[in-house]
Design a protein around this ligand. Sequence first.
Ligand code: AMP
Ligand code: MG
Length: 486
Amino acid sequence: MNICYYCFMKLNELKLTNPYLALPAECHDRVKPAPLKNPFLIHANEAVAEILGIDKEELHTGRFVDFANGAFQPEGSDTFAMCYAGHQFGFFVERLGDGRAINIGTLNGLHMQLKGAGQTKYSRSGDGRAVLRSSIREYLMSEAMHGLGIGTTRALALIGSEHSVYRQEWEKGAIVLRVSPSWVRFGTFEYFAHKKRFKELEALADYAIAESYPHLVGLEDTYALFFGEVVEKTARLMAEWQAVGFNHGVMNTDNMSIAGLTIDYGPYAFLDDYDAGYICNHTDQYGRYSFGNQPTIGEWNLRALMAALSPLIPREKMEERIAQYWKVYRQHYIQLMGRKLGFDTIQDGDLELIRHMLGTLQGLHMDYTLFFRTLSRYTGDRTDILKLGLYHQPMKDWLDDYDKRLLQNTSTPSEREERMLKLNPKFVLKNYMLQEVIDAAHEHDFAPLDALFRIAQDPYAEHPEFEHWADATPDVYKNRKLSCSS
Ligand code: AMP
Ligand code: MG
């Protein structure tokens, strides 16, 4: 992405485009945002403003609040919601769509959406709104994923309001102005395939290829290559979630990005203690979207996409591509885990060592993030690591193997330490931390939100002032489940 440092613009100088509107009318609903009452800025993301080419001084103006509230539309903005379908918990729903996200236009390759800006044709029985707590969670977490180097949507701004929104009780409405290089979902393809609208399906595939896989435009076999790249990107994303300990919680096909990004942050969680069976979503009774099941669901979702693309691509060609899924996943996962463990290269037997480690962490109820951060400083003295668990023998056994494996490194221990500290975050945004921020925000104190935002942007730095957030999660908050209501 090119950033022009000399041409940051004022909001009234912006010229937005709307490339998605070139698609057939069935792809979208042209709808205007319904602004919230008495909006106020909670946070703005200067790094995203820079990519968009928006002058940072504009972020603190009343016009910016109006912009994030859908009350001020820059030149070229032609607002709309996108239509999609999706498999929710394995069951097909033929029409979903942006029920509360309204697209306001594109700048520098990033499509901007207002999440919580009112109803659209796709709202079904929903009110088109988002409450403050869920908006804080999406705003912070998308930035944290970016800080961790994982593909994700991001956000330019978070605004609060005096607008009352009813969930289980009265709450206040908020809007996240979120941005992404693509908002196309697996479910967008499923919508047109199900309706047998093959012309639209093809137009959508051409659009998605031009948007997210432009190097494939005009090649022979473009559609098959496109599917192959979606397979690869999804496999890599799953490996990244597993390596960092992220549980998305609602991996319905409408929440799967065709560009391989993490999208639609709901009842997600980072692992506290390592637990492969952890389910963050309280409505996920059978653990379809449990932490350990995510890579399997990634493949399941790709098979749903494959069915939707079958009018465009011969089945055998897609089978060939999807057969690569587990290979790509495993390779990337082992690479990531090998790096987290400080190995110079991957060797035979590393997968067994990783499995042995995960079993040990699970058995000892050890905090996943803290374990790797502590291991980054491991010099052979086992005290700090053994302290993390109640029983010592299982970890001693694993460390015996780890010590032997480290002898294969050619880099020095201090080089290993330096590398590991840049790969193993000191902080991840655990749910109890987010809850502290939300509780303060309900009292109009946004200082903790700002603190967590700074941590999110650089989770590998020491941030000594936030040391308490680097500890293992307090017992009462460990491995809880979250409600989907947002
Ligand atoms: P999600 O679980 O947030 O990915 O949403 C699933 C579907 O429900 C999407 O089509 C959303 O647009 C829609 N939806 C969720 N909450 C609301 C709401 N409050 N109002 C309207 N639509 C909603
Ligand atoms: Mg969604």
